[in-house]
Design a protein around this ligand. Structure first.
Ligand SMILES: [Zn+2]
Length: 235
């Protein structure tokens, strides 16, 4: 157990240093903030931003976590828990803060005076990662978990934002429209849920994605308002 206590601070620092370095150098991150500043960011930008943040973290984790540095070549529960809660919590903070800015701007443009809904951190999913990682005798067999699933986790922060805000707007009397667009090289499942959906008829699947899915889910609150206006006009 002593090994665990010794290794964690060093490992955490290494992962964080790698993350900060790549984050500071990322053109995608820089462009995303410029777009937000220019009031041109959308949920598509937020998704691209989340993919980049997820990839930066997964790269840092994948290169720092190896069988030789881990005690007994195993990812012990306490290491996994303290490491992932820290770095995934940080990813949540970064993506959440960025996406809040995007939704705020979209609300302002659509003249919606409602507060941005901020979904909470998905702690269950982090617990799932921790349990799965520590369940294997050798880290090697589970190393894939700190790769793409980290990106998927980070993207889901944006998808949760869309869902929370669209549902909130629906409850406020708007008719939010969600557009899911499948990338041509994605899969059958993604193609099956591709489309434009209006509340209340929005399947929950629209907010779900499998590993390596880079499809886009978009929400612009002005779509819901437009429809509302038309309805009134035609009534
Ligand atoms: Zn997809």
């Amino acid at each position: 157990m002593n090994d665990e206590i010794d290794i964690l601070p060093r490992l955490l620092k290494e992962v964080k240093d790698k993350f900060e370095l790549s984050y500071g150098e990322s053109e995608i991150v820089e462009k995303a903030f410029l777009k937000l500043k220019a009031k041109k960011a959308t949920y598509k930008t937020a998704n691209e931003f989340a993919i980049e943040i997820g990839e930066i973290l997964s790269e840092a984790l994948s290169t720092s976590l190896t069988v030789d540095v881990l005690p007994d070549g195993k990812m012990y529960y306490n290491i996994a828990k303290r490491l992932l809660e820290d770095v995934l919590g940080r990813n949540y903070e970064i993506v959440s803060s960025y996406t809040t800015g995007v939704q705020k701007e979209l609300n302002t443009k659509a003249k919606i005076g409602l507060a941005v809904q901020i979904p909470s951190l998905n702690k269950d999913r982090i617990d799932g990662f921790v349990n799965r990682l520590s369940s294997e005798e050798k880290f090697d067999t589970i190393a894939w978990l700190v790769d793409e699933p980290i990106v998927n986790f980070t993207q889901s922060i944006v998808d949760d934002f869309i869902q929370s805000n669209a549902e909130f707007h629906y409850k406020a009397g708007l008719k939010p429209e969600i557009i899911r667009h499948a990338l041509s090289d994605c899969c059958e499942w993604c193609r099956s849920i591709e489309g434009t959906y209006s509340y209340p008829r929005v399947p929950k699947n629209v907010y779900a994605r499998h590993n390596r899915c880079r499809c886009t889910t978009e929400y612009d609150p002005k779509s819901g308002k437009k429809q509302d206006v038309w309805k009134k006009t035609w009534r």
